[in-house]
Design a protein around this ligand. Structure first.
Ligand SMILES: Cc1cc2nc3c(=O)[nH]c(=O)nc-3n(C[C@H](O)[C@H](O)[C@H](O)COP(=O)(O)OP(=O)(O)OC[C@H]3O[C@@H](n4cnc5c(N)ncnc54)[C@H](O)[C@@H]3O)c2cc1C
Length: 415
């Protein structure tokens, strides 16, 4: 049987970053996935490295918003009725975590990771030669109404406190940055410090190539074959069984497929999301991602075209796609930007792995020696992959972690 120091299960942006950080620190590392690096959830996101994020997504607090979602009229959210009974406890916890005091607490707990989001990507990209995929011109949040903009006041106050750069703009100032946007909005905020990615798949592939260059081993294999082997762990791969003393589960929305069988049942839900690429009409163009905040979708310029991404869908991870949100939001998107023909026949679907408190788990697994967890990054896995990789690599190699890992401990669910 082949032997390595550490196996990392899952080669999304999180697992690939974990593997690269460990290999850079001299460990012998095998990165195992059943597909190629970055082909899962990490393929299809909006491409925003959101160092600016302060508040997480929240459970709607006003009746009108809830009613629109319940009646399946909301562009920003959808659900499968048959799935709701399964997700009720998670939704209750999500609602509790959406209270103002909890949001402030979440912002504080998450700040150390977000503060490193851009810098850690820049470091890995400089080493991997993937800087060409990073755009350093921030992103825009647009507000169609004064009331919608006013709701951001607390976020802008906190941004000042945390020193997070942003520039509130009126419609004309925003259109000076993005002339192809139609004047259908009243306010914008330019989060100038954020970075966006023109091809998230190529970025993860670039980090995986760097991992190979520093001696890492990428293997095809099914993580569900993980089992105890003596004092360590073994996985069956296409190249035969391999064992290691330590294993990191970085399987994003698929983590429970492995962890449930080991008795580690953390309350993960998925928020499914879709994207579709469109050709711009005529000379229409975007330089950076744009959020139409009150409608709940993003437009992001990608190498493949203008990527339109949707908000959350509460449904079983593996249930057939139901991309009904496109019908609800396309009129608003076409009003804002001259979208032409769709490029693919069908939208892409992914599943954001989400804990109700909007924090990932980056820690040792409870009660399983040599098992580590790095998953549940929800809406922010692209942003936080490299920072997560650094943090867990520092924890595993006995270095001083760059931040206190306690808020991301699995034990917050088990104590
Ligand atoms: C529409 C949408 C927009 C988003 N926009 C943003 C954004 O702008 N910014 C941001 O920061 N985040 C964004 N996200 C979130 C982000 O994409 C995710 O948080 C992130 O990709 C999760 O990465 P991961 O590595 O944990 O999971 P994944 O990328 O899903 O990786 C898990 C890997 O595990 C592998 N795997 C699964 N099962 C097995 C098995 N049995 N054996 C072997 N391998 C297995 C998969 O093949 C996959 O490669 C968005 C998500 C969506 C859906």
């Amino acid at each position: 049987m082949a032997h390595t120091d550490i196996m990392v299960l899952g080669a999304g942006i999180v697992g690939t970053s974990v593997a690269l950080h460990l290999a850079k620190r001299g460990a012998a590392v095998a990165l195992i996935d059943r597909a190629g690096p970055g082909e899962g959830t990490s393929y299809g996101n909006t491409g925003i490295i959101e160092g600016n994020t302060i508040f997480p997504q929240v459970f709607p607090s006003d009746f009108t918003a809830l009613a629109r979602i319940a009646l399946k009229r909301a562009p920003e959210a959808n659900y499968h009725l048959s799935f709701l009974p399964r997700v009720v406890p998670w939704l209750a916890a999500f609602r509790a975590a959406s209270r103002p005091s909890r949001l402030i607490e979440t912002a504080r707990f998450m700040r150390p990771l977000f503060a490193r989001a851009v810098a850690e990507h820049e470091t890995l990209s400089a080493e991997a030669g993937t800087e060409r995929y990073l755009r350093h011109d921030g992103w825009l949040k647009l507000y169609r109404t004064d009331a919608g903009f006013a709701k951001q006041s607390r976020e802008l106050e906190l941004a000042k406190e945390y020193g997070i750069a942003n520039v509130p703009l009126d419609r004309d100032q925003a259109r000076a940055l993005e002339p192809s946007l139609a004047p259908v909005f009243r306010h914008a905020v330019h989060w100038t410090g954020a970075v966006s990615v023109s091809n998230p798949l190529a970025l993860t592939r670039g980090y995986a190539a760097r991992f190979a260059a520093v001696g890492g081993l990428s293997l095809g294999g099914d993580a569900r074959t993980l089992h105890r082997a003596g004092s360590g762990w073994c996985v069956d791969t296409a190249a035969g069984p391999i064992d290691a003393g330590d294993v990191v589960v970085a399987l994003g929305p698929w983590a429970p497929d492995v962890l449930d069988g080991l008795g580690i049942k953390l309350p993960l839900a998925v928020k499914r999301g879709y994207h579709r690429h469109f050709r711009p009409q005529g000379n229409a163009a975007l330089s950076r991602p744009v959020l139409d905040a009150e409608t709940g979708y993003c437009l992001a310029p990608m190498e493949q075209g203008i990527r339109l991404t949707t908000g959350a869908e509460f449904a079983a991870r593996d249930a057939p796609p139901t991309p009904v949100q496109f019908d609800r939001l396309l009129p608003a998107a076409r009003e804002l930007f001259a979208l032409g023909e769709p490029i693919e026949a069908q939208p892409w679907m992914g599943a954001r792995p989400c804990f109700a408190d909007s924090r990932p788990v980056i820690s040792r697994a409870p009660r399983q020696r040599g098992l580590w967890l790095a998953y549940g990054h929800g809406h922010w896995g692209l942003s936080l992959g490299p920072a997560t990789g650094r943090l867990i690599a520092e924890m595993m190699t006995g270095a001083t972690p760059f931040c206190d890992p306690k808020p991301y401990g699995a034990d917050r669910f088990t104590q």
